[in-house]
Write a protein that binds this ligand. Structure first.
Ligand code: ADP
Ligand code: ADP
Length: 218
């Protein structure tokens, strides 16, 4: 049966960083809703144009379009063995929709590693984040620098800083997380699938804690 893992945690907690390690380890497809939106933005699709204003302001893109986009992605053949969801669900309505969809497939969310990190640490992480737009790899100028500044270790591409990692938007995103996404911690705890991980540890240490949590269920 396919395995479905949801990575939960505030912006900057380390979801994308850990997703790369975990997806490989368990042979799952890494599906990041933020990356899907950024792809649509780059390709100037209707969805991208709609999402842009919300993303620039650090607000959530409306549930209906977000749910449709993710459903479409995880129904594809390359997701057959299971998916590691990163950045979705982010609202109770999204969580309900995901649950319903997986039920229809005879599956469910198997495990929700929740990476907890206090707000002041998040700001420092997001303001030093550099991303490779080609392969999605994530770096930090201080905590996880590339071998050569500004260049992706994996594919040699030029790294960029995301517009929404600028300070006013970062604070908004952290607030939005607290209001709209944090309720999912209790939601998944009630379903008995939450595994809280201390995200203030080093990238390596957090990775070990996450793998241990997931191995118990997946
Ligand atoms: P998210 O996907 O949750 O928004 P990222 O994985 O993009 O978070 O990480 C945010 C930033 O913090 C990146 O610059 C990343 O290199 C850095 N980072 C991730 N995990 C850690 C960690 N455990 N310690 C220090 N920095 C980290
Ligand atoms: P981070 O992990 O740093 O918060 P993401 O790349 O996950 O950033 O998301 C960037 C932006 O994309 C969000 O601020 C939001 O506007 C939009 N977005 C991503 N995922 C969702 C979602 N599940 N629901 C609504 N909006 C989303």
């Amino acid at each position: 049966m396919a395995t479905y893992i949801v990575l939960l945690g505030p912006p900057g907690a380390g979801k994308g960083t850990q997703a790369q390690i975990i997806a490989k380890e368990f042979g799952l497809m890494h599906v990041s809703s933020g990356d899907l939106f950024r792809e649509n933005l780059k390709n100037q699709t209707e969805l991208g144009k709609l999402a842009k204003g919300f993303m620039d302001r650090g607000e959530l893109v409306p549930d209906d379009v977000t749910i449709a986009m993710v459903k479409d992605r995880i129904s594809r053949l390359d997701c057959e063995k299971g998916v590691l969801l990163d950045g979705f669900p982010r609202t109770p309505a999204q969580a309900e929709a995901l649950g319903e969809m997986l039920k229809g497939l005879g599956s469910k969310v198997d495990c929700v590693p929740y990476i907890s990190v206090p707000a002041e640490v998040l700001i420092e992480r997001l303001s030093g984040r550099w991303t490779c737009p080609a392969c999605g790899r994530v770096y930090h100028e201080k905590f996880n620098p590339p071998t050569q500044a500004g260049v992706c270790d994996a594919d040699g591409g030029a790294l960029i800083q995301r517009d929404d990692d600028k300070s006013e938007t970062v604070e908004r995103r952290i607030r939005v997380y607290g209001e709209q996404t944090a309720p999912l911690i209790a939601y998944y705890r009630n379903l008995g699938v939450l595994a809280e991980v201390d995200g203030t540890q080093s990238i390596e240490e957090v990775g070990k804690l996450m793998l241990a949590a997931i191995r118990k269920v997946a």
